[in-house]
Design a binder for this molecule. Structure first.
Ligand SMILES: *Cc1c(COP(=O)(O)O)cnc(C)c1O
Length: 392
């Protein structure tokens, strides 16, 4: 039997973090605004430089970053925000949290936003959040052309896209604001945390104040200070700050990011090549402008009966491999019909059909190619078994 690697185990935090964590613990300096040179401020400067953005603001999660983005855009209560129907429940939740109304856009079987549905719904919305779900980049050329023409602001949810490029430009820097996550299952792991990037001084000033830079703590951000004078005491303080320990865990990982991205892509493309050799499995190709940074693989089951799908699921389970089919696992937070907090969701047949055939398997960057072979072997054996059985 194939010996599978552990797919859920995190990578160790670089040893370089330890000295800094010890220093912080010895000084008790956990609050970012105790000093101007706090690890949080240093992380913001390093992250902005890495991405090629003017400003960055580190916060408590990517969800908090999305919420603050909507608030910083000044959207009124009940403003409509277009989001992809294939995303994580945190995304519609951040829209609800900001007192806005999510409008769901169809996604195709390549996991990306369907541009026809996007164009049809755009005139009825006030802002757009593009979730590059599982790091699959939607067509940013088409989206930016439509949104620029309509004057509609774009927030990129790049939680799972750190390291992805589009025409050589970093994902998260194409829209007005980009939001990233430091939750444990993302490229940089602080357990929890998030960061937003933008080139807009006014937007970042508002987000900084609302993140909890009370009184004159905004002076500790190296940002144009004029907008702060305007917004001082005019905005609520939501206290969504990042603490210094979390920043100390992230900073040494940032140096390892490029290697992690290369290893993750190598692993993904290797397994994709193997799966695409089977007539019943299909890994959608990246878009031409896109260079991806995957830490998991998604593939579709094609031309399979319900019985074959069930047999495939059962086989992988017996082999000890955790394959999630987005639309078939109970309570999956990425299946829009489970977002009951929205009230009634519209019927989105294209996205629904994709969710019923799309499989999700973690593929961490730390795996060797031999370990990747073991994962692919289990998947191919399971689909071969499932399709042969039902055909007989
Ligand atoms: C993880 C994730 C989020 C939420 O990030 P948090 O930091 O946990 O709030 C949002 N969107 C996508 C696409 C994600 O993958």
């Amino acid at each position: 039997m194939t010996v599978l690697p552990n797919l859920t185990q995190a990578e160790p935090i670089p040893a370089a973090a330890m000295a800094e964590v010890t220093r912080i613990l010895e000084t008790g300096d956990l609050f970012r605004y105790t000093s101007e040179q706090s690890p949080v401020a240093l992380l913001e400067a390093e992250f902005a430089a890495k991405l090629g953005s003017t400003y960055a603001l580190a916060v408590s999660s990517c969800s908090a970053a999305l919420f603050l983005s909507l608030k910083a855009l000044g959207l009124p209560r009940d403003a409509r925000v277009l989001i992809p129907a294939f995303t994580f429940a945190a995304v519609p939740s951040s829209v609800v949290h900001a007192d806005c109304v999510p409008v769901l856009c169809e996604c195709g079987d390549n996991y990306r936003i369907n541009i026809d549905d996007f164009a049809a719904k755009l005139p009825s919305v006030d802002a757009v959040i593009i979730s590059h779900m599982r790091g699959h980049t939607s067509d940013m050329d088409a989206i930016m052309a439509l949104c620029d023409a309509a004057g509609t602001p774009v927030i990129e949810d790049a939680a799972h896209s750190l390291g992805t490029t589009w025409h050589g430009r970093n994902i998260g820097t194409i829209g007005k604001i980009g939001c990233f996550s430091f939750q444990s299952y993302k490229m940089l792991n602080a357990g929890e945390g998030g960061i937003m990037v933008t080139d807009d001084a006014e937007l970042v000033a508002k987000a900084i104040i609302m993140s909890g830079a009370y009184e004159h703590n905004w002076r500790k951000h190296p940002v144009l200070h004029t907008p702060f004078e305007t917004w001082q005491n005019q905005l609520p303080l939501y206290n969504l700050r990042l603490n210094t320990l979390s920043a100390a865990l992230i900073r040494p990982q940032l140096a390892a990011l490029d290697q992690r991205v290369r290893d993750g892509r190598r692993n993904h493309d290797h397994v994709a090549g193997l799966l695409n050799g089977h007539p019943h499995l299909q890994v959608p190709a990246p878009l031409d402008a896109e260079v991806r940074a995957p830490d998991s693989i998604q593939f579709n089951m094609v031309n399979m009966t319900e019985a074959q799908v069930e047999a495939f699921q059962a086989s992988t389970k017996v082999a000890g491999l955790n394959v999630q089919i987005f639309g078939r696992s109970a309570d999956n937070a990425r299946a829009f019909w489970n977002w009951n907090f929205l009230g009634e969701t519209p019927d989105l047949p294209m996205t629904r059909a994709m969710l019923m055939i799309a499989c999700d398997v973690r593929l961490p960057a730390r795996l060797t190619l031999m370990e990747c072979d073991a994962v692919a072997e289990v998947l191919i054996a399971a689909v071969t078994h499932a399709t042969a059985k039902a055909a007989a």
